[in-house]
Write a protein that binds this ligand. Structure first.
Ligand code: PMP
Ligand code: GLU
Length: 397
């Protein structure tokens, strides 16, 4: 059987793998608690659902332009102006089937074989694979918890070669929850300007910052904005993960080539979901505020409790809905005689024995951590941490 070497080299998404394992175990009747995929446990707000139902009833069920409807592009431009003080024209916006799809398009648009993309680690699992799908080479910069998992301009500078095309900035970050300050972003942007490399700014968690507010790197100057490709979507802010709408804001040339490819690959993002996304972006934010308040309370509880337990710890995050739990001191211990020598083993035994699903840090290039999502109910969080406490007390040398 002939299969592309390139596709064979792509590993499946570990976050989605954990989530589907969790869902299968639940369907099998097991009392499993899931902290895997980052997906708000809140329902999509009613006014958004109503807009979609209305669209169906009015027959808005046909193809749209490949890069999205003008209404949705206008809603995105209005959002960028309102929330980020950034002025874009509709020909700079491409709507795709989720921010994940947007990102694949972006790497496809800017990379030629062998081109390098700098990705600070811990990173969201999909970035390196997306680069590889597009014949690029991921160049990873490890960061440390004691530096708040943040990359510095100097570290980026050291990794730049004549083949560097872009750096990925994800603030707030999945998986670390850290948020870059304006000053930190200014320094990073200066490196991008000096070397004329693109900044891929994944801002999907922009509304989930608990102290302070979001600053987009594109806001620094017009020159930085020209080099920046903003990636965002409605999945996290409006609890719309299943609707699959993401978007990019970039210079019009990049937007055009992405739209051309999309016209062959997917025709257009789902028409009904596009109508729903207009309602989301133009609508009230009350539901978002309720969700954010709940996330903030859960984060405090989860982080404080983890930090009272033996062997594990975490740095309290300021954004997104993830906590990276440091398990350095667990590695080398045994559970019922089985050695826990990696984050994968920890996650595997914790799931099998205590029925708690967390994501091992391996896929984020954080081998001494596991990721908990707190986009789940307080009851689940309490139960998950009770089971963690028991699990830790069962460990032996
Ligand atoms: N970027 C980051 C950092 C994410 O965590 C996610 C989560 N799925 C995405 C992009 C993609 O979001 P979606 O495709 O659901 O819009
Ligand atoms: N981004 C979410 C996560 O990290 C959803 C799963 C995925 O798309 O990877 O869990």
């Amino acid at each position: 059987m002939y299969i592309s070497d390139k596709f064979l080299s792509i590993s499946p998404s570990p976050t989605l793998a954990i989530d589907s394992k969790f869902k299968q175990m639940k369907a099998d009747g097991l009392d499993v608690v899931g902290f895997g995929a980052g997906e708000p446990d809140f329902d999509t707000p009613q006014h958004i659902k109503d807009a979609a139902i209305k669209a169906i009833n009015e027959g808005k069920t046909k193809y749209t332009p490949a890069s999205g409807t003008l209404e949705l592009k206008k809603a995105v431009c209005d959002k960028l102006l309102r929330d980020n003080k950034l002025c874009y024209d509709t020909n700079q916006i491409v709507i795709s089937n989720g921010a994940k799809h947007s990102l694949v398009n972006v790497f496809g648009a800017i990379l030629n074989p062998g081109d390098e993309v700098i990705i600070p680690a811990p990173f969201w699992v999909s970035y390196p694979e997306m680069v590889k799908i597009n014949d690029g080479v991921p160049v990873i910069i490890p960061t440390l918890e004691e530096d708040s998992f943040k990359v510095t301009a100097e570290q980026i500078e050291e990794k730049i070669t004549p083949k560097t095309r872009a750096i990925v900035i994800n603030s707030p970050s999945n998986p670390t929850g850290m948020v870059y300050t304006k000053e930190e972003l200014e320094k990073i942007a200066q490196v991008a300007l000096n070397h004329h490399i693109y900044i891929i700014s994944d801002e999907i968690y922009e509304h989930l910052i608990y102290d302070g507010s979001h600053f987009s790197i594109a806001q620094i100057s017009d020159d930085v904005k020209d080099l920046t490709i903003i990636v965002n979507g409605v999945s996290k802010t409006y609890a719309m993960t299943g609707w699959r709408i993401g978007y990019t804001a970039s210079n019009p040339t990049i937007a055009k080539v992405m739209s051309n490819v999309q016209s062959h690959a997917t025709s257009n993002p789902n028409t009904i979901a596009q109508v729903a996304a207009v309602a989301a972006l133009n609508g009230p934010t009350d539901d978002l505020e309720v969700m954010k308040k709940a996330f903030a309370e859960r984060k405090e509880y989860m982080a404080d409790r983890i930090n009272t337990l033996p062997l594990v710890s975490c740095t309290k995050p300021n954004g997104a809905f993830y906590i990276m739990m440091n398990i350095k001191n667990v590695l080398g211990k045994k559970y019922k005689g089985v050695l826990i020598d990696s984050a994968d083993k920890f996650a595997e035994i914790f799931l099998e024995e205590k029925l708690v699903a967390v994501v091992p840090g391996t896929g984020f290039m954080a081998p001494e951590y596991v990721r908990w999502s707190y986009a789940t109910s307080y009851e689940n969080i309490k139960e998950g941490l009770d089971r963690l406490e028991k699990f830790l007390s069962d460990l032996s040398e």
